[in-house]
Design a protein around this ligand. Structure first.
Ligand SMILES: [Fe+2]
Ligand SMILES: [Fe+2]
Length: 359
């Protein structure tokens, strides 16, 4: 895709005073808010990062939703439905945060649906067994937590605040995935083999979720200077692996990484060689499930057309009944569909005023 995900319509001119105020907030570890002046590149970086993040949450619903109808028990089905709904909620918080930067929901969704926007490459892998739901929770949500906890302190206020709630929910996701794997690992030989197979398939793609090695991540330094990003890709990856090792032991499952070792001198875990060609291929749209994910996304978007139309019509009627633009010829409230037809117009107007005063 191109370097940004669409213009924001709010190009800031060079503004030495604004720049100085911005720098002072960043230096003091404060928060930049939508009303504040910010450099164009900062705004563009955030629009790209937050919208990609939102897209990942929405596309990320698909691999696991694949198992809702086939979850092995009512309890598992209820948990999985709640988890997939959480991911939809994460997408909504994040689209809203991106909108505060001047981009529109329609623009972002159009970029996703037409394949112009990126989302996390991890969601382009298939989920052939129930154990994949466990491996996704443990590894994918686990990697998401490592990536996202530092984002709760990102310098852009709406993004940081959205991440606080998201991280609480991701932590539940990670635990439920671990618990699925634990149940399988303590089950029959066949169940244990299914759990191990899922871990073998998701381990390497989950390491790729942290992005390319630090040497190949040219924009990282700038994002760190802006305090959007707090740790490098490789640092976060090492931290994640350090978290996995004792948990894999508790599960009685192995990580498919014979070269994985703890480096005493460096004080961190070192993984085996990551296949970055595979990462680039999946990112370029040639992963096992890219086409299917995009097809299903467009189908869901088309299926939801009636909801968007109904919401727009409802908003239009609300605006009319509030005497806003498009109000009736007498300047008062035309009939509201949710108000009794016999209610005097004057009384409704008073109620409306009180409502406004209280708002
Ligand atoms: Fe999420
Ligand atoms: Fe999650």
């Amino acid at each position: 895709m191109s370097s940004t995900q669409g213009g924001t319509g709010q190009e800031a001119a060079v503004d030495p005073e604004g720049q100085a105020a911005f720098d002072a907030i960043i230096d003091a570890d404060g928060r930049i808010e939508p009303r504040d002046w910010m450099p164009d590149a900062y705004r563009r970086t955030l629009v790209r990062q937050i919208s990609q993040h939102a897209h990942s949450e929405i596309i990320g619903m698909q691999p696991e939703a694949n198992w809702i109808t086939r979850a092995p028990s009512l309890r598992r089905k209820a948990i999985l439905m709640a988890k997939v709904q959480d991911e939809a909620g994460h997408g909504l918080y994040l689209y809203s945060a991106a909108q505060t930067l001047g981009t529109s929901r329609d623009t972002m969704l159009n970029q996703l649906n037409t394949g112009k926007a990126r989302y996390s490459s991890i969601f382009n892998y298939p989920t052939p067994t129930w154990a994949d739901v466990g491996a996704i929770g443990w590894l994918v949500d686990g990697a998401a937590i490592c990536n996202q906890v530092p984002l709760c302190r990102a310098s852009y206020g709406p993004y940081a605040r959205a991440m606080i709630r998201i991280c609480k929910e991701e932590s539940f996701h990670q635990r439920q995935g671990f618990e699925i794997l634990l149940t399988l690992a303590r089950g029959t030989g066949e169940q244990r083999a299914m759990a191990q197979d899922a871990v073998d398939r998701w381990y390497w793609p989950s390491l790729m979720m942290f992005g390319p090695p630090d040497g190949d991540s040219p924009n990282s330094a700038r994002s760190m200077a802006w305090k959007i990003k707090r740790f490098s890709n490789d640092d976060l990856r090492a931290r994640f692996v350090g978290m996995l090792v004792p948990q894999a032991e508790a599960l009685g499952l192995s990580l498919p990484d014979p070269d994985l070792r703890y480096d005493d001198a460096a004080g961190r875990w070192i993984t085996g060689e990551i296949d970055w060609t595979e990462f680039q291929e999946v990112l370029a749209g040639r992963g096992p499930m890219n086409a299917e994910r995009l097809r299903r996304r467009n189908e869901a978007h088309d299926d939801g057309a009636w909801v968007r139309e109904a919401a727009a019509e409802y908003a239009r009627k609300q605006a009319m009944s509030d005497g806003g633009p498009g109000a009736g010829p007498h300047g008062g409230a035309p009939a509201r569909t949710d108000a009794p037809a016999t209610e005097p117009r004057a009384q409704r107007a008073v109620v409306g005023q009180e409502g406004e005063a209280a708002a």
